[in-house]
Design a protein around this ligand. Structure first.
Ligand code: COI
Length: 353
């Protein structure tokens, strides 16, 4: 796999760890590869980070033919540079591509692009606690044509951003608004793939949640408005007594890589994990009878996000004692420990570059 490299002659100043936030600063380089019908994916290159020029008729602007991924690079305590399960991201990227009628990208090309790009900008990987280098691969339909049909041209681009915690609150419990009007996705649609429209469609409900003083929404299924699906842009877990329940992948949920990792980890610890339908009634009933002990979201950006309370039908329901649960904290410490190399990785998830 040949990747042409053009290095920047004007490296940017790097932000202090305290000013990082999420996705505000971008590194010195980016990866691009083009696709054209007949030619396939070609001209892979790493170039200085810069604006891209697109025709205003590019299909991505009109019909949203686009997908993205998200993963993190870390500098370990022993000075290694590592990605977390990047092969999973490339597999999901191609599942998303398939659903959005975008041509597949060879997994090896994607992985090699990630490796070379992260290494070129390795000095951008922050190493303060809770920080990492967030990597954002994405594909856009670039053909200038307004007919509703799959684009004949695409670009696959990777950009990178040094980040702190996703939520300004850090690993503090957040309050969640149970959304009963809007829905995120339905089975048969695109809820199970990582495409821009799912996130745009969620903004309205998010605004409502913010007005209610909540950090995120809890999405219910689009058919019955009954079964819990996701929390904000994350998967969701409940500890009911000593059992852990997470919504089954019914076609409208994203199959999170953190979700998969947390399920593995919990089972590795000998805990019982059920992937099944879980209704909002079951959750609120469990809160009332005291069996709902903990609730947390999982995603690449925030890793683990504890839920302190739910707003549902005008009532505020506190989860446990409202603070970060014991299991939630153990999952968070172990996941971030494996990712950053602070603890041993028995699963082979951490991939040193
Ligand atoms: C996540 O990592 O949890 C995400 O869903 C990515 C987000 C920044 C859109």
């Amino acid at each position: 796999i040949q990747i042409r490299i053009e290095r920047t002659t004007a490296p940017k100043p790097r932000p202090q760890a305290s000013e990082l936030g999420f996705g505000k600063y971008f590194t010195d380089h980016m990866f691009i590869v083009d696709y054209a019908e007949g030619k396939g994916w070609h001209d892979a290159r790493i170039v200085p980070y810069q604006p891209i020029t697109l025709d205003p008729a590019a299909k991505v602007f009109h019909y949203g033919q686009t997908i993205f991924e998200g993963l993190k690079a870390y500098r370990t305590e022993t000075g290694q540079i590592a990605l977390f399960r990047p092969d999973m991201n490339m597999k999901r990227l191609n599942r998303s591509n398939d659903r959005m009628s975008i041509p597949a990208i060879e997994e090896e090309l994607g992985l090699e692009a990630l490796r070379q790009l992260v290494l070129i900008d390795k000095d951008w990987i922050p190493d303060a606690p809770e920080t990492s280098l967030y990597v954002r691969p994405f594909v856009i339909a670039t053909e200038a044509a307004l007919g509703v049909s799959p684009s004949k041209q695409y670009q696959f681009i990777i950009i990178m951003s040094p980040v702190g915690s996703y939520y300004a609150e850090g690993i503090k419990p957040v309050s969640i608004y149970v959304e009963s009007e809007y829905v995120r996705a339905v089975a048969g649609g695109v809820g199970h793939v990582k495409t821009a429209g799912n996130y745009a469609a969620g903004l309205k409900a998010q605004e409502g949640a913010t007005e209610q003083g909540c950090a995120q929404v809890l999405w219910l299924d689009g058919v019955h408005r009954k079964y819990v699906e996701e929390v904000g842009s994350m998967n969701v877990f409940f500890r009911l007594g000593n059992k852990i329940v997470t919504p089954a992948l019914t076609g409208s949920l994203l199959s999170g890589i953190t979700r998969d990792s947390v399920i593995h980890l919990l089972r590795h610890w000998g805990l019982e994990v059920e992937e099944r339908l879980i209704s909002i009634d079951e959750v609120t009933q469990a809160q009332k009878d005291g069996s709902l002990k903990e609730m947390f979201g999982t995603g690449t950006a925030a890793v683990i996000s504890p839920v302190g309370s739910l707003y549902w039908q005008g009532e505020k329901l506190t989860i446990g004692d409202g603070s970060t649960g014991e299991l939630t904290l153990r999952v968070y410490e172990t996941m971030t420990g494996i990712q950053t190399g602070r603890i041993e990785d028995p699963f082979g998830w951490r991939v040193a570059l």
